[in-house]
Write a protein that binds this ligand. Structure first.
Ligand SMILES: [Zn+2]
Length: 225
């Protein structure tokens, strides 16, 4: 298993256990769809993909686990839809023939930069949200509204891009101008913050993405029933 570090594997088992405990095999099926499709897409798009650690796993799956333990199918499905849409958008967007543009200012940014969006990536994100919503529908749980789960996934991705373009910390090397989203990156000199906040990194943004997805689906389910 080259997709996870040792602590990442432990975190995945904890998330899978919590989702199964709270929502049964249907919840686990939804989570597995996210994990497998995301891992395969990452492998395909970036070759190696990089192994996920516990922090990354919990940023993507922690909200779904909490929602499942609280017994909320809608919130868990919304969180998983958001995580899936975000991953599909990123990986499918990496094949875009045109460079991404920043969601806020529309200036071109480098591939993979947070807050950057492409038409292809956006379409991929919508497809990911629809895939999870369709699976949720097939699993036929009471309270499932396919449109709501799709909207939850799209809202989560939008929040991800918006935060990535504004509040997420972005750093620059004073020596060569290279940019990084990780402040611990080693370059010519200590990196300096040029945008966003130090306390918000990619994991924090992903956690917010899934929170938005869970909230949209749960609130929608409450008001539509
Ligand atoms: Zn440098």
């Amino acid at each position: 298993m080259s997709w996870l570090t040792r602590d990442g594997l432990a975190a995945s088992l904890a998330v899978g256990g919590a989702v199964t405990w709270g929502l049964g095999w249907r919840g686990l099926a939804l989570l597995a769809a996210f994990f497998l499709s995301g891992s395969l897409l990452t492998q395909w798009a970036s070759g190696t993909g990089g192994r996920r650690n516990a922090r990354q796993v919990l940023a993507n799956g922690g909200v779904a686990a909490a929602a499942a333990l609280a017994g909320s199918w809608a919130a868990a499905a919304g969180a998983i839809a958001a995580a899936t849409a975000d991953t599909w958008a990123t990986e499918i967007g990496s094949f875009s023939p045109v460079p991404p543009r920043l969601l806020t200012t529309w200036e071109p940014v480098t591939r993979g930069a947070s807050g950057g969006i492409t038409a292809l990536g956006t379409a991929g994100g919508v497809a990911g949200a629809i895939a999870i919503a369709a699976l949720a529908l097939v699993l036929d749980r009471p309270g499932t509204v396919m449109v709501l789960v799709t909207l939850a996934g799209i809202a989560g991705t939008l929040a991800d891009s918006l935060l990535g373009a504004t509040l997420q910390g972005l750093y620059e090397c004073p020596g060569c101008g290279a940019r990084s989203e990780r402040r611990d990156t080693v370059c010519h000199a200590p990196l300096r913050l040029i945008r966003g906040r130090r306390w918000l990194d990619n994991d924090g943004v992903n956690l917010t993405t899934t929170l938005v997805g869970a909230a949209v689906a749960a609130l929608g389910a409450r008001f539509s029933s």
